[in-house]
Design a protein around this ligand. Structure first.
Ligand code: PEP
Length: 253
């Protein structure tokens, strides 16, 4: 059976002191509970170390929100896979819609990032999702299928086994609009079919596919009750321990 993952993407919020405080409140809220899901925090780069100091030895994992596509060199302002790994990160986000749409990251670039993350032993959390106009034009499935194939095609079995997917409809991110549980479940099932068509049935059944897009304490249980939805990638509601913890509690499979 697949485990659920609940991840908090803090985006460009929480300096290192605020981040350490939030991580410690989340840790307190999990103490003594059998949470039955994996919890990952994605702080901004300058906050990662402080968060790792707080959660070290606990069940909480930490990841980077981004990485660069090259190993090292003259890339002012960029962060490498090796740097993240060395700090103690286990995960890294690749293909978040804010990277795709604000920073113009395309599939060729994302493909390189995903591969370098794997090369350095990080687990990429690969995000896909359609824009509102693509959904309204009836093209959501086509867009997501292309995003998956463009980046994942060509990976070996051991590589794809270390990838997690997050379906995040762009119109639902930070907007308060959420896909209905059945719309999300339909897309998750399409994603699983695409993975099956490339990598076969066993890998597709093991693939963890999370949902992201305005997940809150009030809607988490309904979304996470869908058998094909294996957890949540949470933005806004991950910035307060109370709301993030409620989502974690709702995620027990
Ligand atoms: C996200 O940033 O991945 C996200 C889903 O944000 P929010 O929960 O705020 O919509």
């Amino acid at each position: 059976m697949r485990k659920n993952i609940v991840a908090g993407n803090w985006k460009m919020n929480k300096n290192h002191m605020e981040g350490a405080r939030l991580a410690s409140e989340i840790l307190d809220g999990l103490r003594g509970r059998d949470i039955g899901c994996e919890v990952i925090l994605f702080p901004t780069f300058t906050t990662i170390s402080s968060v790792i100091d707080v959660v070290k030895g606990s069940a909480i994992s930490v990841g980077g929100q981004n990485l660069y596509s090259e190993r090292d060199g003259a890339f002012t302002g960029e962060i490498s896979a090796e740097m993240l790994k060395n700090l103690g990160c286990q995960y890294v986000l690749v293909g978040h819609s804010e990277r795709r749409n604000i920073f113009g990251e395309d599939s060729v670039f994302l493909s390189k990032k995903l591969r370098i993350a794997l090369e350095y032993g990080l687990f990429p959390l690969f995000c896909v999702g359609e824009l509102l106009e693509q959904r309204e034009a009836g093209k959501a499935g086509e867009v997501v299928e292309k995003q998956l194939k463009d980046v994942l095609n060509g990976l070996g079995g051991d590589e794809i086994s270390r990838v997690t997917i997050a379906y995040e409809p762009v119109w639902a991110i930070g907007t308060g609009k959420t896909a209905t549980a059945s719309d999300a479940a339909n897309m998750h099932s399409l994603i699983r079919d695409v993975i099956k068509s490339i990598f076969g049935s066993e890998i597709s059944q093991r693939m963890i596919i999370m949902y992201g897009g305005s997940v809150k304490a009030g809607n988490a249980a309904q979304l996470l009750n869908e058998p094909d939805i294996d957890g949540a990638l949470v933005g806004g509601a991950a910035l307060k321990a109370d709301s993030f913890l409620k989502i974690i509690y709702a995620s027990a499979k």
